[in-house]
Ligand binder design. Structure first.
Ligand SMILES: Cc1cc2nc3c(=O)[nH]c(=O)nc-3n(C[C@H](O)[C@H](O)[C@H](O)COP(=O)(O)OP(=O)(O)OC[C@H]3O[C@@H](n4cnc5c(N)ncnc54)[C@H](O)[C@@H]3O)c2cc1C
Length: 463
């Protein structure tokens, strides 16, 4: 039963709700756009602003975040942690209703009670919108007219593309690549600057880490963390084939892939498989390729002796059920990156292959991948300028062969190194890069995708 106001039309700025409001918006204000001497928007104000936006056009959460951000010219972005409780409140109180829309997202529409509440607070809403206009000119203030016009053109083009229902994943990825490319090229013309890492947030996070080594560009790569709705999906195995002697490619399909989002090759899904003792085990796998039109998802499994996920991959047949969760978020690496070096073993090969295939035309990429033998090497369709090195090794926990090959690879300023392998291998390569090659930590991401002798274990390294 929804909690409706006794008299919707004459309520003004309701202050109470089921959430600890002060903590939420104090955190929020600390993270994003605190006005001089006060908060950018308090909860009551945000509710009114949201109502006024959905009175013009029903919208889902992400659209609302972008609308408020646009209104404030990018100087204030409500995080999902603030926006969704606000929407839930409006729904509970009866000012808005949530309706299922394209892609299983909820679209919010204003109700008659909401319209009445909005009308009763019209003056406040107008003041809020005017405040948006004042605060919103941060980037534009002093920008040449031609730049402001180009920004408007970009915004209109994005709206045109993204407001259509069911935007294909390929289009989203193309837009993200174009925007990153534009950002990188604009940043390349900027004077050097050093930015301190921001604190983690619940929603979208952009982090630039300080540069520590001489000889780097002075500009920093940008790492944007984007959270996704966390859902379990019941799928079906469409095919299971041997890609190479030690890699099985499994294609999953099903309507529940609707809305599946993976923006970065570093993403992972959780695969739920029988643990062999009557329970369920979860393991991490890279979304190697997602096709939103046919609703298919490809996962590649490195074959090793033990482990429930590997056993599952070895045993499944077309028609078998499969269950995945996530990705819960994407870490999109961009900014003024001039070249990439991608290093890993066969568990990192799906991420490395995807990264290479999604790379923009002409970008210099060097890959060093350790596999058991020649037949385990793979080829990639890419427009990037790829130099692929394959290292054949017997011991997956020996970093020496990879490091030996790495010695000949130049690490010019502006080179981003992405690396994932067995934990001790990743650690040793990272130590070599930082200690012997003086590669800045800001230009390096290293992970242990598995740890020898330990089931279901990964390793992360502090930046
Ligand atoms: C972000 C992320 C993405 C990943 N993407 C992929 C992917 O796309 N494809 C992929 O194959 N793997 C991937 N991995 C690695 C994979 O999750 C692990 O290898 C996982 O442990 C395999 O599960 P399992 O049930 O087979 O073995 P577990 O039950 O986890 O482990 C059982 C035993 O096998 C050992 N072991 C685990 N993996 C290996 C291995 N590769 N070689 C030799 N011994 C091993 C363990 O040390 C343990 O002793 C990814 C990991 C992360 C963190």
């Amino acid at each position: 039963m929804r909690n409706r106001p006794k008299s919707g039309g004459d309520r003004k700025f309701p202050r109470t709700g089921p959430w600890p409001e002060r903590r939420h918006h104090d955190e929020e204000a600390g993270r994003r756009g605190r006005r001089r001497g006060g908060r950018m928007l308090d909860y009551g104000e945000l509710r009114l602003l949201i109502l006024s936006i959905i009175s013009e056009r029903p919208s889902h959460g992400y659209e609302l975040i972008k609308s408020v951000e646009d209104m404030f010219g990018g100087s204030y972005t409500p995080s999902p942690g603030v926006l969704y409780p606000t929407l839930a409140w409006l729904d509970d109180i009866g000012y808005a209703v949530a309706e299922a829309s394209e892609g299983n997202r909820k679209s919010y529409r204003i109700t008659a009670e909401g319209e009445a509440y909005l009308a009763a607070n019209r003056t406040t809403v107008e003041a809020l919108r005017a405040r948006g206009g004042q605060d919103g000119d941060g980037v534009r203030r002093g920008a040449p007219l031609a730049v402001a016009e180009a920004m408007d053109g970009l915004k209109a083009a994005l709206r045109g593309q993204l407001r259509r229902p069911g935007v294909p994943q390929a289009a989203v990825e193309r837009i993200v690549a174009i925007l990153h490319d534009a950002a990188r090229r604009i940043a390349d013309d900027e004077p050097p600057e050093t930015v301190t890492p921001s604190n983690p947030t619940n929603g979208k996070e952009t982090m630039s880490a300080p540069n520590t080594a001489a000889g780097q560009t002075g500009l920093l790569p940008k790492i944007e963390r984007i959270r996704h709705e966390l859902r379990r999906r019941q799928l079906t195995v469409l095919s299971a084939v041997s890609l190479t002697p030690n890699m099985i490619r499994i294609t999953l399909g099903g309507d529940e892939l609707e809305g599946f989002t993976s923006l970065s090759a570093g993403d992972h899904v959780k695969l739920f498989v029988p643990d062999g003792q009557g329970g369920t085990a979860m393991r991490d796998y890279t979304p190697r390729h997602y096709d939103p039109h046919n609703r298919t998802l490809v996962l590649d499994f490195a074959v090793h002796e033990a482990g429930p996920a590997t056993q599952w991959a070895l045993g499944v047949r077309p028609g078998d059920p499969a269950q995945i969760g996530g990705p819960r978020g994407s870490q999109v690496i961009g900014g003024p990156i001039r070249a990439w070096v991608l290093i890993g073993d066969e568990t990192a090969l799906p991420a490395i292959g995807r990264r290479i295939e999604e790379m923009e035309a002409g970008v210099p990429v060097t890959s060093i991948v350790a596999v058991p033998g020649t037949q385990d090497e793979q080829t990639f369709e890419t427009a990037a300028a790829l130099t692929a090195h394959w290292v054949h090794r017997t011991d997956a926990t020996d970093a020496a062969a990879i490091i030996e090959r790495l010695r000949d690879v130049p690490l010019e300023p502006g080179t981003f190194v992405w690396l994932a392998a067995e934990g001790s291998v990743a650690k040793a390569i990272r130590a070599y890069l930082v200690g012997e090659r003086n590669h800045p930590l800001a230009w390096l991401r290293a992970s242990g995708y598995w740890v020898k002798g330990k089931a279901d274990t990964t390793e992360k390294f502090e930046d």
